[in-house]
Design a protein around this ligand. Structure first.
Ligand code: ARG
Length: 500
């Protein structure tokens, strides 16, 4: 095979399609990537906060509309310069806030720049920047997650009849379907997306105007600046506005940790089911990675990276909680570190659902092999006991005893035989009669599955209902996200318009 583009990696010749570049980058991680300054990430939010604050100062008469216009012009010019890469943060100037103020007053010589810090402090400024940043990042993660959930549900629909073994303790347990298995994944991810969108609501209030922690004598209008920033409300107590910094970060880190745990479980399922020993799943060539020594390799690196990113998140959540512990009320510089932690966490985890979404879309279940594996391990034993109890009006425990013996006597055959069952029935003294046809039916996986029709069970109808309910659930969440996004875009656009 001749590749048009020269390969970036030494492995992969054994694959039929070139590897997905996003996946290669995802797996390479920080091995070959450097990180920007934390406040570079906050730059655009700091401009927005400055614009909103200056507009509020003009509305309340603290500065004139001409002064405000000069400030807006300088801020918008700086924004453009930063976007184009012409302006970079100067490390000599401590942080983004000092950089911005310095640009307006020193570089542009705008007189009103000296007034822009009226009625505020860097403490409420950075708290505001962070809430704007967190709000945007939560939306990105929630949207990426919604893509994954959609993909999982699509696949579940296609695989709702695909019989496969279910495991407990990694051992054969009961027969299920791939559709049932995957709607378990999506149900857990829907809890995550609910939590993340609730977090958006919780932090969507404005700390701007809290100043250092204890308010200001300037006659500010906090409701107005809150509105300009697209917040739902003003965060009331000025001291708590500052003390709560880091709290949202910790809450988000813990909720993203839970999401990453779920993604880790999906990853672990994919890793195991795709080994030749399980042989239930084929990962598309685009999402496997090779080895620099073993040419035959098809490794699920993406899944391993996801598992370890989950551990990374747990550490971040812990550190964030630690930063907040035992601080005296008021601003403490400890919280500066919370920026680095949460920014890194988003950098590490935001795209994870997208990678899994592509993997899910392209993976192929090995139906023949899955069905074969359903014949091993006596996974219908409990179902047969249930059937006996229901059909002959017996106690479950009595039937369980019969099946324990029947499994023992069928050990050699590898699956339940009529002879073994009849012997077990006789030995336990139960007076019932089971036919060969009964046993054949009970040894048929699809028949076993179809008897589990209750809410949430693996019967095809139950899985269909789950898929529908989950799709409706997801649709509502996505509509909610769209409403928030629209509000944010509206506020942002009106604030970034020049003039007053
Ligand atoms: N860079 C600082 C931070 O992220 C800004 C606030 C500094 N405030 C102060 N009182 N030193 O927290």
């Amino acid at each position: 095979m001749t590749n048009e583009k020269p390969k970036q990696q030494i492995w992969g010749s054994r694959l039929s399609v070139p590897p997905d570049q996003l996946n290669i980058e995802f797996c390479a991680g920080r091995d070959v990537k450097s990180l920007p300054m934390a406040d570079e990430v906050l730059f655009k939010y700091d401009i927005w906060t400055n614009l909103a604050h200056s507009k509020m100062l003009a509305k309340t008469g603290i500065i004139s509309s001409e002064e405000q216009k000069a400030l807006s012009d300088a801020l918008l010019e700086l924004f453009e310069k930063h976007e184009s890469g012409e302006f970079k943060l100067d490390p000599e100037k401590e942080d983004v806030h000092i950089n911005v103020e310095h640009y307006i007053t020193q570089h542009k010589g705008v007189e009103a720049g000296k007034k822009i810090h009226s009625g505020r402090s860097r403490n409420d400024q950075v708290a505001t920047d962070m809430r704007l940043y967190l709000r945007d990042q939560l939306i990105i993660v929630a949207e990426n997650l919604s893509q994954l959930i959609e993909q999982v549900l699509n696949k579940a629909e296609k695989e709702k009849k695909s019989i496969m073994p279910g495991f407990t303790h990694y051992q054969p347990a009961m027969i299920t379907t791939a559709g049932h298995w995957m709607t378990a994944w999506s149900q857990s991810l829907l809890r995550d997306i609910d939590r993340l969108t609730r977090n958006i609501d919780e932090l969507n209030s404005s700390p701007l105007g809290a100043a250092a922690s204890f308010g200001t004598s300037w006659a500010i209008d906090r409701e107005y600046s809150s509105h300009l920033l697209g917040f739902e409300k003003v965060d009331e107590n000025s001291l708590d506005c500052i003390c709560s910094r880091g709290e949202y970060e910790a809450m988000i880190a813990s909720n993203i940790s839970m999401m990453m745990n779920h993604l880790g479980t999906i990853s672990q399922d994919i890793i195991l089911l795709s080994t030749p020993y399980y042989d239930m799943l084929h990962i598309d060539d685009r999402y496997v990675t090779g080895s620099s020594i073993m040419p035959q390799k098809r490794n699920p690196d993406f899944a391993e990276v996801i598992r370890s990113k989950a551990a990374y998140c747990h550490g971040t959540a812990n550190s964030l909680l630690g930063i907040l512990k035992g601080s005296m009320s008021g601003y403490n510089r400890d919280v500066q570190q919370s920026k680095y932690l949460i920014i890194d966490l988003f950098r590490e985890c935001s795209t994870t659902p997208l990678i899994l979404s592509d993997v899910c879309k392209t993976m192929v279940f090995q139906h023949e092999s899955m069905e074969k594996l359903c014949q091993l391990g006596f996974m219908n034993a409990a179902d047969v006991a249930d059937w006996m109890a229901q059909t002959f009006n017996l106690a479950f425990r009595e039937c369980y005893e019969v099946l324990s013996l029947a499994v023992k006597y069928s050990d050699e055959a590898g699956k339940l035989t009529h002879g073994a069952l009849a012997r077990a029935i006789k030995e336990t003294g139960v007076s019932i009669d089971i036919t060969v046809d009964d046993v054949n039916l009970l040894n048929t996986p699809s028949a076993v599955i179809n008897r589990k029709r209750h809410t949430g069970g693996p019967a095809v109808e139950s899985v269909e209902k789950m898929i529908k309910n989950q799709q409706d659930h997801l649709k509502k969440v996505v509509q909610g996200i769209d409403i928030i996004k629209e509000k944010i875009a509206e506020a942002r656009n009106s604030c970034f318009k020049d003039g007053t």
